[in-house]
Write a protein that binds this ligand. Structure first.
Ligand code: HEM
Length: 440
């Protein structure tokens, strides 16, 4: 067991201040200054540990997961998302996970492919040649439309701009709320009343969720049961109205914003790396033909998948995973006291030069063939029992959407445009992403 390097005293206070302003910037700074195991004291007993080696991730997320719960840093988000899968714990989490997971079993997910491809093809088909569009907004529209139709049987595309704004407000509020978690849920709610946009965002998202649920209640179940039917099933332990609201909202948000960010970063990278894009176009031209791709085409699109994997290495949409230790622990040599917070940041792990040669370079070929890196060096979907429930859904969706885009059009970032990132709950472009469409 050992102590871990890190700042103390006034220097620690400065790092905390930096963290409240821009957590990713602070984590990056701590990593560069102190290395891949850093301790930042929080009070006399507790600290925040920034641990960026695969064995740390393996320990906290898998081997000793019973000793870890979602960190206090998720509390502001929980005020909005309540007891949905992302923010609940214990028996509530287990019950929700059991309910939701079957809808994401491989067999089910494969059946979603035609619906996903249809939505994507309609979205992309409307892009005129030569037009400049905001790639981030378009990716959000397509992924929200997919989640709405495929999981909830609802038409949400029209709501995508409003949802996008509400989500941006919600994420900003969640980061502001980080400084007020000691106030508890009621205190955080009071703080959010003062944060511009936070109330409106909550009300807007609530409205969308209520509409999705009310429409289904009126229509009743019909055809193949979808995720919403599973959630609304009236068995011996049905979800309460509040739980149902929380879960639909969680899946709606977790299910589209992350995938949209992954696709947007991918389009930006492809525009910067034309050789990778040429290879992508060659692959989809050979595999897809004129029709809509489906699940059986996926195995024949290894480069498309590798491009997405490499893009999520550099820009993991879920860029940080945080847990609180229940009891004292020894995390691969780091002595951690009960109540302390562990940050496992996929962003830092994915760029750790000890694990990835040329860590800043875009090299999809890393993800082709045999890969000999440690298993937990790459964590875009997390790990252990809280691993992303929608991982296969997201991967299939992203491959289908990207393959269709590559077949139909080439997107080039407007010259001279920089794309700064914003790391709040998700890692996404901070501004609109103007890209010019050339139809192929
Ligand atoms: C590229 C897209 C996606 C990425 C990068 C991603 C990433 C992640 C990560 C890292 C976690 C774990 C968080 C933690 O351990 O604290 C997570 C959890 C979760 N994700 Fe995803 N996700 C994506 C897409 C989706 C989709 C499409 C859905 C649903 C349709 C979804 C629903 C969820 C839910 C409900 C959880 C919480 C699971 C639990 O705690 O039981 N995600 N996601």
């Amino acid at each position: 067991m050992g102590m871990v390097a890190g700042p103390s005293g006034a220097e620690a206070v400065r790092w905390w201040a930096r963290m409240m302003r821009d957590p990713m910037d602070a984590y990056g700074g701590l990593f560069r200054r102190y290395g891949d195991a850093v301790r930042l004291p929080r009070d006399r007993r507790r600290a925040l540990y920034l641990l960026s080696r695969p064995e740390h991730a393996e320990h906290v997320l898998v081997a000793k997961q019973d000793n870890y719960v979602k960190a206090f840093t998720y509390r502001p988000l929980r005020v909005f998302l309540g007891d949905g899968l992302l923010t609940s714990e214990g028996e509530t989490w287990r019950r929700h996970r059991r309910l939701v997971q079957p809808a994401f079993a491989q067999r089910h997910v494969t059946a979603f492919a035609p619906g996903m491809a249809g939505v994507a093809a309609r979205g992309i088909g409307r892009w005129p040649d030569g037009v400049m569009l905001d790639a981030a907004a378009h990716m959000r529209r397509i992924t929200l439309d997919i989640v709405g139709r495929v999981l909830f049987g609802s038409e949400l595309a029209a709501e995508s701009d409003a949802t996008g704004r509400a989500l941006a407000d919600l994420q900003r509020s969640a980061v502001i709320g980080l400084g007020a978690t000691f106030l508890g849920d009621a205190g955080l709610r009071r703080v959010f009343r003062l944060v511009p946009g936070a109330q409106r965002a909550g009300a807007q998202l609530d409205g969308i969720v209520r509409r999705v649920i009310d429409e289904r209640r009126e229509a009743g179940p019909g055809g193949e049961p979808d995720l919403l039917d599973l959630l609304m099933r009236d068995d011996d332990a049905p979800l309460s109205d509040a739980e149902l609201r929380d879960e639909v909202l969680t899946l709606l948000l977790a299910g589209h914003e992350t995938t949209a960010a992954a696709l947007t970063w991918t389009l930006i990278l492809l525009s910067r790396y034309p050789a990778a894009r040429d290879r992508l176009e060659a692959e989809v031209d050979e595999v897809l033909g004129d029709g809509l791709p489906d699940a059986k085409d996926l195995d024949r699109l290894p480069w498309t998948r590798a491009v997405l994997s490499e893009s999520m290495r550099l820009y993991p949409p879920a860029w940080t995973i945080e847990r609180d230790a229940v009891a004292d622990d020894d995390v691969a040599g780091a002595e951690v006291s009960a109540g302390s917070t562990i940050v496992i940041s996929p962003y830092l792990l994915h760029r750790n030069p000890d694990l990835w040669p040329d860590p800043e370079g875009f090299r999809p070929e890393r993800f082709l063939g045999e890969q000999d890196r440690p298993r937990h060096a790459y964590l875009p979907f997390g790990g252990g029992r809280r691993i992303c429930v929608g991982a296969s859904f997201a991967m299939m969706e992203a491959v289908l959407v990207l393959a269709l885009i590559a077949r139909e059009a080439r997107l080039d970032l407007a010259p001279g445009v920089a794309v700064p990132s914003r790391a709040e709950v998700t890692l996404r472009p901070a501004r609109p992403v103007p890209m010019r469409v050339s139809r192929r």
